[in-house]
Design a binder for this molecule. Structure first.
Ligand code: F7E
Length: 325
């Protein structure tokens, strides 16, 4: 939705692909710009449909942000995740290649810091070897390399943004940042049920999605296609994120115990705010991610505007307003 907004602001004619749903479409994040976008029923698993839309719309730029994007869910739906996140990219690239015979078309692939998985070095750069740790990341690895391969084999303009975690108030509540914001606001509003989380020690490099769509756009505006790390360059744990949200609300959390027995207690009232549940642990965890985006800053002149604190505070502010009014 942030990318659609950015492109509309720049005067683009924006087209989007929609998967059909029997209960109506999930358009909450784009309702305010929906009338300015042309939608096409589609699915990344449907090659014929992708080619026909490509030849009908004849876009100048194609941004592939479509994916089964939840790492945990990729263990439940590994084949579907592979079909969409790996072979879906190939199908889209085939359609782009077909159109490229007739006109210039640029392709952007949303690659991910999950490719680094069990990290080989810190911080991670464009040259750090990959070690994916989930069906999601393994499928995304295919998407990354097929994008490189079509550039090198067919001279297509096809680039990868290796994006570290990007969050915002629009983030789905099944991802940890939004889950924490929602959970702690619910506690503040009187909910006595503790928020149940998985690995509190996981370290992530969290940036704001609004900054990251600027980087995607800049990648596509280059003369030569290439791959870039997009990150904040700062690392925080899941526990830090909880503390930052609590601080905004005006609660102080005291952490007690370790591992599965760890709990977060409201220092003032003694209420148990957070507890750890094995249910949210991953079969193979990515313990630490930290990006080095020097190349993007130097080559693209990309300048992120949000600090970690700005990001958390914006998420809290919007959550607060929605609860309050
Ligand atoms: O987990 C830990 C969890 O689900 C972050 C996607 O956009 O970014 C995202 O993937 C960390 C992990 O995001 C809970 O174990 C603890 O270590 O918010 P997440 P993610 O897996 O990093 C990358 C760049 C993508 O490409 C993905 O598409 O937080 N964690 N407790 C938890 N995570 C969740 N979801 N829920 C918990 O209760």
């Amino acid at each position: 939705s942030y990318l659609a907004e950015l492109l509309l602001e720049k005067g683009y004619d924006v087209h989007g692909l929609v998967r059909r749903s029997s209960t109506g479409n999930n358009t909450a994040n784009i309702n305010h710009v929906k009338d300015q976008i042309t939608f096409h029923y589609s699915d990344l698993t449907d090659a014929a449909n992708l080619e026909s839309i490509m030849l009908k719309v004849r876009p100048d730029e194609v941004y592939n942000l479509g994916a089964q994007s939840h790492v945990s869910v990729s263990y439940d739906c590994p084949t579907y995740t592979g079909d969409v996140n790996a072979i879906g990219v190939l199908k889209l690239l085939e359609a782009v290649k077909r159109l490229a015979k007739e006109k210039q078309v640029k392709f952007y692939q949303a690659s991910t810091s999950e490719l680094y998985g069990k990290v080989k070095e810190t911080p991670q750069t464009e040259n750090t070897p990959f070690y994916p740790r989930s069906p999601y990341a393994v499928a995304k690895m295919y998407g990354y390399w097929i994008t490189v391969n079509y550039r090198e084999s067919f001279n297509l303009f096809s680039c990868n943004g290796i994006l570290f975690n990007h969050e915002s108030p629009r983030r789905g509540p099944e991802f940890v940042t939004r889950k924490i914001v929602q959970g702690l606001f619910n506690a503040w509003m009187g909910d006595r049920e503790p928020l149940r989380l998985g690995n509190l020690d996981a370290l992530r490099d969290w940036g704001h999605a609004k900054d990251y769509v600027e980087a995607m756009y800049l990648l596509v505006q280059q003369d030569v296609s290439d791959d870039y790390v997009i990150s904040s360059g700062e690392q925080h744990s899941v526990r830090d994120f909880c503390d930052m949200v609590a601080d905004y609300i005006g609660i102080q959390i005291e952490w007690q115990g370790e591992g599965l027995d760890e709990v977060g207690i409201d220092m003032k009232t003694g209420q148990r705010l957070i507890e750890v549940s094995e249910e949210f642990y991953r079969p193979a965890e990515v313990n630490t991610l930290l990006g080095d985006c020097t190349k993007a800053k130097q080559t693209l002149n990309w300048v992120p505007k949000y600090s970690f604190k700005d990001l958390v505070h914006e998420m809290c502010k919007i959550e607060h307003n929605e609860n309050y009014y």
